[in-house]
Design a protein around this ligand. Structure first.
Ligand code: UD1
Length: 373
């Protein structure tokens, strides 16, 4: 009988980084892979659109948890996941990334004595006030198998005393997804984005930037001051709510240089990053994609769990301060000379995030692990 692996996901980046695993698992036919969606992201453009674009089958179960406070959301996921895990009795629960869905999956499985495998283990910003850092640390320390996307992540885990036998340097499945879609990037129709001149592609969604009014105001004022540069701003629902609450939506729309957009699809996002003069973001996923696309990136964070992207000043960190954002955006644009002609050769080259075959490494280690159970 094939071993049963339960993959728990719930947010858009988790769908993207899980896609290569789902496809590789299907192709190999080794596992009975069950996908459980917690429902953390539920809007069409935050979830379902990615299943279509990445050609994924619908999840086997959707727990429809939705939004709430961290405790409510995580607890609700845990209650509903417990029922599914008890019913399905998987051999292993695989949790990707660092969201509340990741933590809920890890804690419930570990307490039911079902081994946990963490995809994207060992990423650390060393900011324990960040919800994602709490999720990463707790998930890593409840996991039996830790799939580190980079050497730095593997080192972080070893430093925390996690036995080396549990740590596997696999590469980053997010990079696998990128490589699998790189050839489609140039074909994307971006005419709806109203970008007739050099533009910055902007996303902001982290709690520390969005929920703190002063920080969000500084970021928005920075964007308003980027005169002469079009700003394509793909706005997360959480950010939109806060901008509306602060009464700034009309001001942004009336600015003339900012184009406010709904959340974009995976391929649109890659194409926007590729065509932009600079990416401005607090997303760890987009930060890495900008690195792979060799686009300059201003990361709206004080620290990063992806220090690999800072090498050669391909990305720089910026505090939520309008003046600093404007200065760093201008600096990054003026020093950019590395735009490659095509994406595919970039994928063929091994980098800190692997060679585009991380999902095969993950499946190999999973197979080895379950054969010992
Ligand atoms: C979550 C993850 C974050 C990840 C991000 C990817 C946690 C703690 N955070 O942040 O690590 O980078 O997903 O996007 O797990 N909302 C909608 N529709 C949706 C989903 C959310 O309107 O489909 C709104 C709700 O108002 C909700 C808010 O967005 O309260 C925040 O959503 P939530 O899932 O709590 O966190 P994200 O900010 O999306």
């Amino acid at each position: 009988m094939r071993a049963k692996i339960m993959l728990v996901l719930g947010t858009r980046p988790q769908i993207i980084k899980s896609a290569p695993i789902i496809h590789a698992s299907k192709a190999a036919g080794v596992f009975d892979l069950r996908v459980v969606h917690t429902g953390q992201h539920y809007d069409y453009e935050m979830s379902k659109v990615f299943f279509g674009e990445l050609r994924l089958p619908s999840p086997d179960a959707n727990l429809d948890v939705g939004s709430g406070t961290h405790a409510w959301q995580t607890a609700e996921m845990m209650k509903r996941l417990e029922e599914v895990i008890v019913r399905e009795r998987p051999d292993c629960v695989l949790v990707p990334g660092d969201t509340n869905s990741t933590l809920a999956g890890a804690v419930v499985a570990a307490k039911l004595a079902v081994p946990v495998a963490h995809l994207e283990a060992g990423a650390r910003s060393y900011e324990m006030t960040m919800p994602e850092e709490i999720n990463r640390v707790l998930t890593d320390h409840t996991s039996s198998l830790l799939f580190a996307p980079t050497r730095n992540c593997a080192t972080n885990l070893a430093k925390e005393g996690i036995p080396r036998s549990r740590i596997h340097l696999t590469g980053d499945t997010h990079f696998d997804a990128f490589c699998a879609h790189a050839e489609q990037i140039a074909d994307q129709d971006l005419s709806a984005f109203d970008m007739d001149r050099p533009f910055a592609y902007v996303t902001v969604h982290r709690a520390e930037n969005v929920d703190d009014e002063r920080n969000l105001k500084q970021i928005l004022h920075g964007l308003l001051r980027l005169k002469g540069l079009r700003v394509v701003f793909a706005v997360h629902p959480r950010t939109k709510t806060q901008i509306r609450r602060m009464g700034l939506l009309l001001k942004l729309k009336a600015s003339g240089n900012i184009s406010i957009q709904r959340p974009v699809t995976y391929l649109q996002s890659l194409a926007l990053a590729w065509n932009s003069s600079v990416v401005v973001t607090d997303s760890g996923g987009l930060q890495r994609e900008a690195f792979w696309l060799k686009r300059p990136c201003v990361v709206l964070r004080a620290t990063t769990e992806w220090p690999e992207t800072l090498s050669g000043r391909r990305s720089v960190l910026a505090s939520p301060n309008a003046g600093q954002i404007v200065r760093k955006v201008r600096d990054m644009i003026s020093s950019d000379s590395k735009r490659p002609k095509r994406m595919v050769p970039l994928c063929a080259r091994k980098n800190a995030f692997g060679d585009g075959h991380a999902s095969e490494n993950v499946l190999r280690e999973l197979r080895r692990f379950v054969s010992t159970l």
